[in-house]
Write a protein that binds this ligand. Structure first.
Ligand code: DGY
Length: 321
């Protein structure tokens, strides 16, 4: 008899078909975001769950579903899963690292460039029929080439962002839980390890790529924003909650930093409406990994993990210690 799984959101039909070859699949066809309680109920009688960052996978879910063997998240981030509770309950938890590094780094650059060079703001101006003349000071902003790039969170994506900066003649500063090996720093455009404070004071463009946890909550708040140059930009492609969005809005409104690119929000998909009244912010709906090949690779990676876990093998991307 086939084992039973629940797929918590709509996914690529070919990946669903692949899962159906292995398992009896139930899925959330209507693609509504389930609450913690709804997911708990949907997990009843299931051996495995295929989840996304939108659904909370809680200790209560594990307690209510002792038959569950694996939860496989289609994302590198897994702050939606209580991994400690999974481990205590003997449930394997997995994520999808590596397959999205380059695509996410591309997007970090796209958002940083759009932010620094005021792309969306000027496009809105043009679309609104306001463009009447070329002017020496129209939509001027900071340069990206030759500037100092500050990366907070120097994992695989942070390093991919740093590598791209070589072509822009940038100096790279980084801050991370631990310092990289010298050969990794060399490969990341000779990135220099500095304190968070020094990075914020010196960088022209700050990019956030660190995972969310209780420890990284509000890594960037009012005190940190106050250290940045008034001409600097901040790009958040990490997770909502890494930045104190209220403090960011205040600093953008007062022009205490030049601009921000924000792909992730506290409490997304809800976000603070004050963002919409600011012209010096570029807003995108959590799409840093959203290229077609990468999203397909992420879905297949989560499926690989689930297939391995439920066939008694160690899944390639096991998170439990
Ligand atoms: C991830 O993989 O964690 C991304 O944020 C989802 O695209």
């Amino acid at each position: 008899m086939k084992q039973k799984i629940f797929v918590s959101r709509a996914i690529f039909p070919e990946v669903l078909a692949r899962l159906e070859q292995h398992f009896e699949v139930q899925s959330n066809q209507e693609d509504r975001i389930y609450s913690a309680d709804e997911l708990l109920a949907a997990a009843k009688g299931r051996d495995g769950l295929f989840t996304t960052p939108s659904e909370p996978v809680t200790a209560a879910l594990f307690a209510a579903n002792p038959q569950l063997k694996a939860v496989c998240n289609m994302a590198v981030g897994y702050n939606n899963i209580d991994v400690a509770a999974a481990t205590a309950a003997g449930v394997m938890a997995t994520n999808t690292p590596d397959v999205l590094n380059e695509t996410t780094a591309d997007f970090g650059w796209a958002l940083m460039m759009a932010t620094a060079r005021r792309i969306t703001e000027s496009e809105h101006f043009l679309r609104a029929g306001k463009w009447k003349k070329w002017s020496y000071d129209s939509f001027v902003g900071p340069d990206v080439h030759g500037a100092t790039l500050g990366i907070i969170g120097m994992g695989r994506i942070g390093q991919a962002i740093a590598r791209r900066s070589l072509g822009f003649d940038m100096q790279v500063l980084y801050h991370n839980r631990s310092r990289l090996k010298p050969e990794q720093e060399a490969h990341a455009n000779n990135a220099q390890y500095v304190s968070k404070e020094e990075l914020l004071k010196r960088a022209d463009h700050v990019v956030l790529v660190l995972p969310y946890s209780k420890e990284t909550h509000h890594t960037i708040g009012a005190a940190e924003l106050a250290l940045m140059k008034p001409t600097a930009t901040l790009t958040n492609i990490a997770r909502g909650g890494i930045v104190d969005d209220a403090a960011l809005i205040e600093h953008l409104r007062a022009g205490r930093i030049a601009a921000a690119g924000v792909d992730v929000f506290e409490n997304e998909p809800a976000f603070k409406p004050e963002f919409l009244s600011l012209t010096n912010v570029v807003l995108t709906p959590h799409i840093a990994s959203a290229s077609t090949p990468t999203r397909l690779a992420m879905a297949n990676c989560a499926a690989d993990n689930l297939i391995a876990a439920l066939s008694g093998q160690t899944p390639p991307n096991l998170l439990n210690p």
